[in-house]
Ligand binder design. Structure first.
Ligand SMILES: O=C(O)CCC(=O)C(=O)O
Length: 259
C-alpha cells in the first residue's frame, strides 16, 4: 500500500494519494552520483562517527551537492503543484542516525511552541517536507521513516500509550526505500524515526518548503557568500526579498522559475 509517485510533475493520481495518505514515495529521485555526493557531504558534516541521533541545519550553504536539492527537478514541480509558486525553503536538515540507534517518538512537525494544529483541524499544510534517503533503507529496521497514513487529517493527537515498536499502532507504515529515493510528506502526518538495527549509520537529507511568511528555522540569516554565488531561483527560495510596499502583496516577486 505504498503511495508511489514518479519524479517530475505531480499527476492527478499522485495528488489524490498525497491528499489521502499525506505522503508520497518517489523512487529514483536522485541519481546514483547525486546520492553519493550528498552522502559524502553528510558524512563530512557529521564526522566519521555521528555517535548520536543528530540533525545539522543549512548544509545547503556549504555543500554544493545538497544545494542542488533545493530546486531538484524530480521534486520541485510537485512542490509547486502543492504550494503554488510563492514559497521558501524554510530549513534543510541532515539527519544521522547511528548504527543500532533506537526508534524516535511519533510527532507532527511544526512549531512546537505554537503547534500548527492550533490553527485549524485538519492541520493545514505549512511545511512540505522531502526526505532524501542517502543510505539503504530498503528493508525495515534500517532507520526508515515510519508514518501513520492519513493522520494529518486526524482531529485528535496520537495517544501517549502508543510507543514505537513496543505498543505501536497496527496502521504504521515503515517506508522502505533505496538510496536516492525520496519521501515527500505533509508536516501534519504523525511520523517518527524507525530503529536502525544495522551496523552502519543512516543518513537522510530533509528539505522543508513553507509559505514565505514563516521564518527560516535552521538559520538566523542566510550566509551572504552563499547568496552571492547561488542561482537566482535558489536565492529567491531562501526568502531574500526587499520588503514590498505591502508585505506579501504588491511588489513581492515570484521566484524566477524557468517556466
Ligand atoms: O529521522 C529523520 O530523519 C527525521 C526525523 C523527524 O521525524 C523529523 O525531522 O521531524
Amino acid at each position: 500500500m505504498v503511495p508511489i509517485a514518479q519524479p517530475g510533475p505531480l499527476t492527478d493520481t499522485e495528488r489524490f494519494m498525497f491528499e489521502s495518505m499525506g505522503y508520497l514515495v518517489i523512487p529514483g529521485a536522485l541519481t546514483t552520483e547525486e546520492t553519493a555526493a550528498c552522502l559524502e557531504a553528510s558524512q563530512r558534516a557529521h564526522g566519521a562517527e555521528p555517535g548520536a541521533w543528530r540533525q545539522i541545519g543549512h548544509l545547503h550553504e556549504t555543500e554544493p551537492a545538497i544545494e542542488k536539492l533545493l530546486d531538484h527537478p524530480s521534486v520541485l514541480p510537485k512542490i509547486r503543484a502543492l504550494l503554488g509558486d510563492y514559497f521558501i525553503v524554510q530549513s534543510t536538515w541532515c539527519t544521522a542516525q547511528p548504527a543500532h540507534g533506537k526508534a524516535g517518538g511519533y510527532h507532527q512537525d511544526g512549531s512546537g511552541v505554537y503547534e500548527f494544529r492550533r490553527l485549524s483541524i485538519p492541520t493545514p499544510l505549512l511545511q512540505l517536507r522531502v526526505g532524501y534517503y542517502l543510505t539503504d533503507q530498503s528493508q525495515p529496521d534500517m532507520g526508515n521513516m515510519v508514518m501513520i497514513p492519513g493522520s494529518h487529517s486526524s482531529s485528535v493527537k496520537i495517544p501517549k500509550s502508543v510507543v514505537a515498536d513496543d505498543a505501536d499502532l497496527p496502521i504504521h507504515d515503515v517506508v522502505c526505500g533505496k538510496p536516492g529515493d525520496a519521501l515527500l510528506f505533509h508536516q501534519g502526518v504523525f511520523h517518527r524515526t524507525g530503529r536502525n538495527a544495522q551496523d552502519f549509520d543512516r543518513y537522510t537529507m530533509h528539505i522543508v518548503y513553507a509559505p514565505p511568511w514563516l521564518i527560516p528555522s535552521d538559520r538566523s540569516h542566510n550566509d551572504p557568500a552563499f547568496l552571492e554565488r547561488t542561482t537566482p531561483v535558489r536565492r529567491a527560495l531562501m526568502g531574500e526579498w526587499k520588503r514590498p510596499e505591502e508585505p506579501f502583496g504588491v511588489g513581492y516577486d515570484r521566484p524566477p522559475f524557468a517556466d
